[in-house]
Design a protein around this ligand. Structure first.
Ligand SMILES: Nc1ncnc2c1ncn2[C@@H]1O[C@H](COP(=O)(O)OP(=O)(O)OP(=O)(O)O)[C@@H](O)[C@H]1O
Ligand SMILES: O=c1ccn([C@@H]2O[C@H](COP(=O)(O)O)[C@@H](O)[C@H]2O)c(=O)[nH]1
Ligand SMILES: [Mg+2]
Length: 263
């Protein structure tokens, strides 16, 4: 254990050294990012073929809150695979699958597609991917969606992001999106907001109660919002890389990181 702590300290020293030629003093996030880079360098060349469940992030928020936009940035920066439940359903429509007509009508009305179908589409994508970290965007929409996912997959998500955006702003964004979506009109948007408030908020509250929810204020420029998101994933990346690599108790890791950030 102490040898591992010594190695952790040595990584911290390398991270600080890599920042020492900066003109400005490094801030907490920069230190954490340098630390994350050092850990990744130190992990190269080791054998990490452990079989473990994928890291699942549910991405929630009302229509137009910016889920898809932020997911693209997370993919670019942190290497996640982005699975938008809405996109998977739209793909079913355009591939003329047997459920296509039913899905089209459901989306047009702003209602929710049966859980089994959506879970099957998500599960198929996760299982056929070689990646081990996923953003599941726009799912679960209802408590029934959530329970079906957890029953079929046999696991809960690791974390849940909630993009918290005022309704007025969401409506403005959806109506100026211009991507030809059949549900981007004022009547369907009103219905989607009703469905969001009645059925999706309980899911958000459920994960909040479980301590898995990260609520992100979703007003501001895309980059301002991503700065908030980046902090979350940078911290998680450091923790997730440290924990299996060093087998150090999480308390020791948190203590070390807290001290690192204070200096
Ligand atoms: N911070 C922002 N400020 C202004 N416009 C934004 C911002 N983020 C995203 N947008 C724009 O708002 C629209 C909706 O964004 P996006 O598609 O990411 O939302 P969403 O949460 O995925 O919506 P939906 O649930 O309807 O799929 C897009 O046209 C996008 O370019
Ligand atoms: O899990 C889901 C996700 C989506 N839907 C339906 O699709 C539309 C559009 O979803 P976006 O996330 O906005 O792209 C949504 O309004 C639902 O009708 C679903 O049924 N289940
Ligand atoms: Mg979207």
């Amino acid at each position: 254990m102490w040898r591992r702590v010594a190695r952790l300290s040595s990584l911290i020293r390398s991270s600080k050294a890599s920042l020492s030629n900066q003109i400005q003093p490094a801030n907490g996030l920069q230190i954490l990012e340098a630390f994350s880079t050092e850990i990744q360098k130190s992990a190269k060349g080791r054998n990490h073929h452990r079989k473990k469940p994928p890291f699942i992030t549910f991405v929630l928020g009302g229509p137009g809150s910016g889920k898809g936009t932020q997911c693209l940035k997370i993919v670019e920066t942190f290497g996640f695979t982005h699975l938008s439940a809405g996109d998977l359903l739209r793909k079913e429509i355009s591939s003329n699958s047997e459920n296509g007509a039913m899905i089209l009508e459901t989306i047009r009305e702003g209602n929710i597609v049966p859980s089994e179908l959506t879970v099957k589409l998500i599960q198929r994508e996760v299982e056929s991917s070689e990646n081990d970290k996923f953003l599941i965007d726009g799912f679960p929409r209802t408590e029934e969606n959530r329970q079906t996912y957890e029953r079929v997959v046999g696991a809960e998500p690791n974390i849940v992001l909630f993009f918290d955006c005022p309704e007025e702003e969401m409506v403005k964004r959806v109506l100026s999106r211009n991507q030809g979506r059949i549900d981007d009109n004022i009547d369907t948007v009103k219905k989607r907001l009703e469905v969001f408030n009645a059925l999706n908020r309980p899911v958000i509250n459920y994960y909040s109660g479980k301590g898995k929810l990260y609520k992100i204020p979703a007003v501001g420029t895309e980059d301002e919002i991503f700065t908030r998101v980046r902090k979350i994933f940078t911290s998680l990346e450091v923790l997730s890389m440290l924990s299996p690599q060093f087998s150090i108790p999480i308390g020791v890791i948190l203590f070390t990181l807290t001290n690192l950030l204070r200096r």
